[in-house]
Design a protein around this ligand. Structure first.
Ligand code: PMP
Length: 360
């Protein structure tokens, strides 16, 4: 009775660790986890309900283990002549990337990324017992190729994780940087394009590089652009042999029949679901402009969020916003804050609250 974590035979490297996750608070304006603010339309909801009812009739059976129909639909969405054999899907891109580390990382191997970046990366490494090494990004959060190549030469990583656009900075990588890294890396290079659809014009997807680099993986998610964070569907495109490696480490039947069916409906409605992306990109650019106009430092953003600062005491600013019903994220380098792009009303509430807090 009264057992605590300390009493358990927990792995030594997990002692003192906290579960990952931003606070889930019930406040009027939630702009802290880079969600899409628009719920599915009634038409999409009705189609999902029908698909769930159909899937429900088969729930006595395990789902289709290879999720082939879904992978076909995802390949068609991505284009670039990709086939289902080159596409893999799991419960969010977090699961996809953990599977990559399970297959290609592990004891005695190293994964490399460049900070500041997505804070789950070190957790995939920890959970898969992979050594974790971080290089650094430049002052303006871009990647210095010389530094990146030095880190690769020094650490010979089995996996390089590159978020583009990067979280929490919003920075997209030029393709020539990805190419130089692919040419130098001894193992797998993952370009995490969770926010790929939000890129500004002129920053192309790494999908175009796949035919030339057989060890390149491009990871995507339906959580952001498809407004499908609750549906939990992440996916990747890579050489078919890489997909075969992931099939070894995935749990059997990892994608439920309901998930597969609902994700296929969302893909069928891609046009309607993605229509808002354009609007959100515009509002992102307006937010960057507005924050700069207020005298803040703002990182260029190709994502659906903006990193801004710097504040001598960012926690007080974060708390002041929360006290006014606006939840953003205290993340990134010291002094910076990150705000996700919401509806026009939500952004107006954010702007008003920030002005109030800073006027105090
Ligand atoms: N990659 C990046 C860079 C992210 O910011 C996130 C979500 N915050 C993910 C991957 C994971 O998203 P999901 O598991 O919902 O696909």
């Amino acid at each position: 009775m009264g057992q605590t974590l300390a009493d358990l035979p927990l792995r030594d490297d997990l002692r003192g660790e906290e579960p990952y996750g931003a606070p889930q608070l019930d406040v009027p304006v939630v702009l802290n986890v880079n969600e899409n603010p628009y719920p599915p339309s009634e038409e999409v909801v009705a189609d999902i309900a029908t698909a769930v009812a159909e899937a429900a009739r088969t729930l006595n059976r395990y789902p289709e283990r290879e999720a082939l129909e879904l992978r076909k639909d995802l390949a068609a969405y991505l284009g670039h002549d990709l086939t289902a054999a080159q596409v893999w899907a799991a419960n969010g891109s977090n699961e996809v990337m953990l599977q990559i580390l399970l297959a290609f990382g592990g004891p005695g191997r190293t994964a490399l990324s460049f900070a500041p970046t997505y804070s789950m990366y070190p957790e995939y490494a920890r959970d898969s017992c992979t050594t974790w090494v971080t290089g650094r990004r430049a002052e303006d959060f871009t990647l210095d190729v010389t530094h990146a190549l030095e880190q690769i030469a020094a650490h010979q990583p089995s996996v390089v994780l590159l978020a583009s656009p990067n979280n929490p900075t919003g920075t997209a990588l030029p393709l020539d940087v990805v190419e130089r890294i692919c040419e130098a890396a001894p193992g797998i290079v993952v370009v995490d394009e969770a926010y790929g659809e939000f890129r500004r014009d002129g920053t192309p997807s790494a999908l175009t590089l796949l035919p030339r680099y057989p060890r390149l993986v491009v990871s995507r998610t339906m959580s952001k652009a498809f407004a499908f964070a609750g549906g939990r569907l992440g996916y990747l495109a890579a050489d078919a042999a890489i997909v075969d490696a992931l099939r070894i480490v995935r749990l059997p039947y990892h994608l439920s029949a309901v998930t597969q069916a609902v994700a296929r409906i969302a893909l069928k409605h891609a046009d309607a679901l993605l229509a808002r992306v354009h609007e959100l990109r515009g509002r992102r650019d307006e937010t960057v402009e507005w924050l700069r106009g207020q005298g803040h430092q703002v990182a260029d953003s190709d994502a659906n969020f903006v990193l801004f600062g710097t504040f001598p005491d960012r926690h007080t600013v974060w708390q002041g916003l929360l006290d006014r019903g606006v939840l953003i994220r205290e993340t990134g380098p010291d002094g910076w804050l990150r705000v996700s792009i919401g509806t026009a009303q939500e952004m107006a509430a954010f702007r008003a609250a920030l002005q109030e807090v800073l006027a105090q």
